[in-house]
Design a protein around this ligand. Structure first.
Ligand SMILES: NC(=O)c1ccc[n+]([C@@H]2O[C@H](COP(=O)([O-])OP(=O)(O)OC[C@H]3O[C@@H](n4cnc5c(N)ncnc54)[C@H](OP(=O)(O)O)[C@@H]3O)[C@@H](O)[C@H]2O)c1
Length: 295
């Protein structure tokens, strides 16, 4: 059950691309880039009425889709290729594997999945379980194994920088190869439109920075001092939870920053540049592009 937004000409030769998570960072950016490129897009969201009212994604079909509710899987009918993510905090077996099964039943040819850098090494992460299910599915798969999103600094950590003028997280002096979601989405759009098959892309920025260096970049860009504070894990959990972050997300963040503190988040690859034919977006450029978010 889908409905077109705005005027769409019929594009029978283009494959229908299904994008989930379009109200979030990656799905939203991906859908926008695909629409600009003229692709045939259906976004699957949990609140279709709200998305239609917002006027976002003009030219796309807006369908009701909830990974936890099989009665909405009709949104996948007629789709050739899809973008899948693991919604943070959900259960892979209950909330993701049924989507993969439904996609296969409907003859979907390819799934592009948003994974994390190092998923093949950290076998207990939910992303690796999803990857394994896709590898065994018989469908073509592409894994976007992305490093830490720069957009976390304009999202979940926005007020640290905007209000408290600090970056507050327990990564010590470990390095992180920050990547811009716009680059991850550009690779995802290319993989979907060109129908890449059975590829795992390790996607990072072009530099691995400490959070002290990241804070300095924000300080220069915003014209005010931004300091980096690396609390103990217990202090971090207490403060972040007191600020209203749910336990599941707090613990996910702790795990993420512990990986960085241990020096395991600094891998830099050349994949973005090779696929896009230009260097990845730098943290400085990201800070400049979204400067007003922190002012
Ligand atoms: N943050 C990072 O640094 C990073 C790096 C690499 C990979 N990742 C991975 O990226 C994924 C998150 O991507 P993101 O940052 O783009 O997400 P996000 O901004 O947190 O948004 C999550 C999206 O998932 C949707 N969603 C939640 N539950 C759903 C359900 N049951 N069915 C369908 N959609 C559902 C949400 O829709 P509603 O609006 O309806 O809630 C929203 O659109 C996670 O798997 C994370 O591990 C993150």
């Amino acid at each position: 059950m889908t409905e077109s937004q705005g005027h769409t000409e019929s594009r029978p030769t283009l494959p229908l691309l299904f994008i989930m998570g379009a109200t979030g960072n990656m799905g939203g950016e991906l859908a926008r880039q695909l629409l600009v490129a003229g692709a045939n897009v259906r976004v699957g969201v949990r609140s279709p009425e709200r998305v239609k009212e917002s006027g976002a994604f003009t030219g796309a079909e807006i369908a009701h889709f909830d990974a936890s509710d099989a009665s909405t899987f009709g949104a996948l009918d007629g789709v050739q290729r899809m973008f899948l993510l693991w919604p943070p905090g959900t259960d892979v077996k209950r909330d993701v594997l049924p989507v993969i099964a439904a996609a296969r039943e409907r003859g979907i040819e390819q799934i592009v999945f948003l994974s994390i850098l190092g998923a093949e090494r950290i076998r207990i992460v939910p992303h690796r379980r999803v990857e394994q299910a896709l590898e065994a599915s018989g469908m073509d798969w592409v894994f976007l194994r992305a490093s830490y999103f720069m957009q976390n600094l304009s999202g979940v950590h926005r007020d640290d920088i905007r209000v408290r003028r600090e970056i507050f997280l327990p990564a010590g002096q470990g390095r992180t190869s920050f990547v811009d979601v716009r680059d991850v989405a550009a690779v995802g759009a290319k993989a979907l439109m060109e129908g890449h098959r059975d590829r795992a892309y390790n996607l990072t920025g072009s530099a691995a920075l400490t959070y002290t260096e990241a804070a300095d970049i924000f300080g220069v860009t915003l014209g005010r001092r931004v300091r980096y504070v690396s609390p103990s894990p217990i202090h971090f959990v207490r403060v972040v939870h007191q600020r209203g972050t749910p336990w599941a997300l707090t613990l996910l963040m702790l795990a993420e920053y512990t990986v960085a503190r241990l020096g395991l988040a600094g891998e830099v690859t050349t994949t973005v540049a090779e696929l896009l034919g230009r260097p990845p977006i730098s943290l400085r450029r990201f800070a400049e592009d979204f400067r007003e978010v922190w002012l």
